[in-house]
Ligand binder design. Structure first.
Ligand code: KIV
Length: 284
């Protein structure tokens, strides 16, 4: 059964946690879907982990659509959320609706995510009015890295914390179906999760959110870019991949791979005939 916004809402009501991981390609998304991950986020973090940029600001709509399509094809049950990238919704409400529509129609997403609280309520309202579910990303908003001067925990003083609570209440009021809370103190995330009736999904926001999300290259120790206190390694897949790549190189160089079992056979008569026809100059 395909997960929908109703599945997520019911999870919150029944106090069952929601699992979300980022996904950017068909093969990995299929493995996650088959493992029972509830939601796949085609995050603009693909700018770093897939494209090698040092932030998300260069990611384009075409990048997002390309990866979203691949993930959606793999997601038999997981709910697919795709990020609106930097500058695809900031310029106007019109652009926001248009680009959200592209992520749904071309990217085959089931919902879009945008970074912003009170300042983006009109955008959320109008996208929602176009029958497109919106996940609002508040707390640390990585698309604002240039304005923030780096990636820092948000909401540590009273005014900042209050503003994040107001963001959460405002996006819920505007029609958001879920809130992604990034890098905020755990007790603040707890207050927000109790205040709003829509699910909260946390990253660096403690255990009391209604769900959790991680960038999969982080949780599998595949990416050695920026690392955060909130990331837990669930496997040394990066090391395992490197080991396998090294072994492949060694075996090819030593002619240990391919072996006979990897080869296709041909009738010896045909080979002899070919040899006669195309005499190999053995003298060189
Ligand atoms: O783009 C992304 O990967 C995100 C993370 C916070 C999960 O939004």
């Amino acid at each position: 059964m395909k997960n929908t916004i109703v599945t997520l809402q019911k999870r919150k009501q029944n106090r069952q946690k929601i699992t979300m991981l980022t996904a950017y390609d068909y093969t990995t998304a299929k493995l996650m879907d088959e493992s029972g991950v509830d939601c796949l986020l085609v995050g603009d973090s693909l700018g770093m982990v897939m494209l090698g940029y040092d932030s998300t600001v260069s990611v384009t709509m075409d990048d997002m659509i390309h990866h979203s399509k691949a993930v959606a094809r793999a997601a038999r049950s997981a709910f697919v959320v795709t990020d609106l990238p930097f500058m695809s919704y900031h310029t106007s409400v019109y652009d926001a609706v248009l680009n959200a529509g592209r992520l749904i129609k071309e990217g085959q997403a089931q919902a879009v995510k945008l970074e912003g609280g009170q300042a983006f309520c009109e955008h959320i309202k109008m996208i929602t009015q176009a029958s497109i579910p919106v996940v609002a990303h508040i707390g640390l908003m990585p698309q604002s890295v240039l304005a923030l001067g780096g990636y820092k925990v948000q909401g540590k003083d009273y005014q900042e914390a209050k503003n994040i609570v107001l963001d959460a209440l405002a996006v819920e009021q505007a029609g958001a179906v879920a809130i992604l809370l990034e890098c905020v103190p755990a007790d603040l995330a707890k207050i927000i999760s109790e205040l709003v009736s829509i699910p909260t999904i946390g990253i660096g926001a403690g255990v009391n959110c209604d769900g959790q999300v991680l960038v999969y290259q982080d949780m599998l120790s595949m990416y050695d870019g920026i690392s955060s206190k909130f990331v837990k390694s669930f496997g040394s897949i990066g090391d395992q991949m490197k080991q396998a790549f090294k072994q492949y190189c060694q075996e090819v160089n030593k002619q240990q791979f391919p072996e006979a079992i990897h080869e296709f056979a041909i009738d010896n008569d045909i080979i002899e005939k070919l040899k006669l026809e195309f005499t190999v100059n053995k003298k060189g």
